[in-house]
Design a protein around this ligand. Structure first.
Ligand code: DAT
Ligand code: MG
Length: 148
């Protein structure tokens, strides 16, 4: 089944939003397949955001990601990449709908609390980068109550 990479950024960790964010993905019917609290170093953050290296905000973005601990996770479920992006909300919290994570908990684009993969291909790349040893093999006993 499809997997996505979700990261709670340093502001989300500092603001005590870890449980709230995990809860939203759990309650939706997605399954946690990997998770770690980690503080990454600059070269790793630059690699994660390499597609944005030409953008004027790149340096500030990297500074922000390395400014504290993050929670890196793999979530699994049907259409989890696209649905995860909907749960997260628009990149700029001024435009994120209420009910989304960014719409409910963020104000500034440079403090938007959470990252989620934007395509299945990028999810594969990001999961391989953050979890090179693969993901945990387990199946929730709730699976048949959520998936037909
Ligand atoms: P997203 O995180 O929604 O996938 P993205 O991949 O385009 O958005 O950009 C990665 C992060 O970079 C984003 O979460 C916040 C920051 N960012 C994006 N566009 C920006 C901008 N115009 N000004 C400042 N920061 C920006
Ligand atoms: Mg992105």
């Amino acid at each position: 089944m499809e997997q996505t990479f979700i990261m709670i950024k340093p502001d989300g960790v500092q603001r005590g939003l870890i449980g709230e964010i995990i809860s939203r993905f759990e309650k939706k019917g997605f399954f946690l397949k990997e998770m770690k609290l980690i503080r990454v170093e600059r070269p790793f953050a630059e690699k994660h955001y390499e597609d944005l290296s030409a953008k004027p905000f790149f340096d500030g973005l990297v500074e922000y990601i390395i400014s504290g601990a993050v929670v890196a996770m793999v979530w699994e479920g049907k259409n989890v990449v696209a649905t995860g992006r909907k749960i997260i909300g628009a990149t700029n919290p001024s435009l994120s709908d209420p009910g989304t994570i960014r719409g409910d908990f963020a104000v500034e684009i440079g403090r938007n609390v959470i990252h989620g993969s934007d395509s299945v291909e990028n999810a594969r790349k990001e999961i391989a980068l953050w979890f090179p040893d693969g993901t945990v093999n387990w199946q929730s006993s709730l699976h048949p109550w959520i998936y037909e």
